[in-house]
Design a protein around this ligand. Structure first.
Ligand SMILES: Cc1cc2nc3c(=O)[nH]c(=O)nc-3n(C[C@H](O)[C@H](O)[C@H](O)COP(=O)(O)OP(=O)(O)OC[C@H]3O[C@@H](n4cnc5c(N)ncnc54)[C@H](O)[C@@H]3O)c2cc1C
Length: 386
């Protein structure tokens, strides 16, 4: 069978690209190896799909080329996607920090995309495994359901996170086949594992509002103790910037200056750890203070003691050896090198007619709806260029 464009991957970016191509009169065929379309959308945002972020800018993405995403993001904005969601009468709300979630279930977003696909006369073949891709004058894609030919081929197979719902490294294999460079991949938006002995083992489930800094980036949200290290939104955000083996700095009382608080109570005979239990979770203070702080009454603390308390509370540093891996990661850092692609169209510079969109590309968003916005925007960029 011959068509205008074949899109491999029936996820967020692939469906969106197909819709746009179809709107412009192109015959689009989507090949998806899962029996169900858009599985990652369905499980996203805790089942409510955080489908965009109102504050999206290129600064919310990590990529070897931080400017690459700018053009596509500017041409398809969160407001454009919101308009589509409204047109489909999907109820949504802003949870925090510009993050838009469905009020109902994520399925509604998949249904919306499938409805738009029908309107655009997109053909979708689920349960279809791609066996081989060849390029002569056209692309020839051999699958478990026959052979298809097209003028253009779009790779929208996503990244490596959540292999249990069908994530594969397929897109990187296609890039290699065509001599296209790949930036090293690793799990991200993922909990981190402490290096060395875990002195906080007993604290799993406890969370603290903290400011977390890695490199030049700081995020203020909760951190959550796990059995092996730390999770929570601030840690997931930091994982986009953390380097394996590296340290992370924590401000455990970002809203308050501990030296001022102690000085205001300098005549008190209350012991420092008991005083801190009024500011931080008790069990955390018991473990943290016993190891790192002078356990003296406030009226016996020297200026030096207060300096060291300030360092521990506002600049606590901890090293992590690894992440919790692909099974827990929401996204993939790295991917198809942006230096190989047109930032306007997502077409490979070396291989006319071959496009890469969505998470398979070396563009990784922060937690909070940014990754879907990249999927829509890059899908739209390719869809309008096809
Ligand atoms: C648990 C979880 C929650 C998330 N929540 C959010 C959120 O709320 N907001 C947000 O912005 N981002 C979220 N993300 C990230 C977001 O889901 C992804 O960044 C986004 O789905 C990427 O879109 P994509 O189309 O590039 O890839 P995907 O949506 O992953 O689509 C790729 C598709 O390709 C298919 N495929 C793979 N290999 C092949 C092959 N060989 N042949 C055929 N088909 C293939 C896959 O089955 C899949 O359907 C979440 C991720 C996870 C894991």
């Amino acid at each position: 069978m011959r068509t205008d464009v074949i899109i491999i991957g029936g996820g967020a970016a692939g469906l969106f690209c197909a819709i746009e191509a179809g709107r412009r009169g192109r015959r689009a065929l989507v090949l998806e190896h899962n029996a169900e379309i858009g599985r990652k959308i369905i499980i996203s945002g805790g089942g409510r799909c955080n489908f965009t972020n109102l504050n999206t800018t290129a600064e919310n993405f990590v990529s070897r080329n931080p400017h690459f995403a700018r053009s596509a993001l500017a041409r398809y904005t969160p407001a454009d996607f919101v308009e589509l969601v409204k047109a489909h009468r999907i109820e949504f709300y802003e949870k925090k920090l510009g993050q838009l979630f469905c009020r109902g279930r994520s399925h509604e977003i998949v249904e919306m995309l499938l409805t738009e696909c029908r309107r655009s006369r997109v053909e979708i073949k689920p349960d279809t495994s791609v066996e081989r891709i060849e390029k002569g004058r056209h692309f020839t894609v051999t699958t478990s359901r026959g052979t298809f030919e097209s003028e253009a081929l779009v790779i929208a197979t996503g990244g490596l996170s959540f292999p249990k719902i069908g994530a594969t490294g397929f897109g990187y294999g296609v890039a290699r086949q065509f001599g296209i460079a790949i930036e090293e991949t690793r799990p991200s938006l993922v909990p981190l594992v402490f290096s060395g002995a875990n002195e906080f083992r007993g604290l799993a489930g406890i969370s603290i509002d903290a400011e977390v800094t890695t490199g030049s980036q700081s995020f203020r949200e909760n951190i959550l103790f796990t059995h092996r290290g730390l999770s929570g939104p601030a840690i997931l955000q930091a994982s986009n910037y953390w380097q394996p083996g590296g340290e992370v700095e924590f401000n455990l009382l970002p809203a308050q200056d501990i030296a001022t608080a102690v000085n205001e109570n300098r005549r008190s005979r209350q012991r420092l750890d008991n005083f801190l239990k009024g500011l931080l979770p008790e069990r955390f203070v018991e473990v943290f203070a016993a190891r790192r702080l002078p356990l003296k009454p406030l009226n016996e603390l020297s200026n030096r003691d207060i300096e060291s308390v300030t360092t521990e509370i506002h600049h606590w540093r901890r090293a992590f050896t690894e992440t919790e891996g692909w099974h827990k990661a929401e996204v993939t850092l790295g991917g198809v090198s942006t230096s190989e692609l047109s930032s306007q169209t997502m077409e490979a510079k070396k291989v006319p007619g071959l496009f890469f969109i969505g998470e398979v590309v070396d563009v990784t968003g922060w937690l909070g709806g940014y990754n879907f916005q990249w999927a829509w925007a890059s899908g739209h960029a390719a869809g309008t260029a096809l």
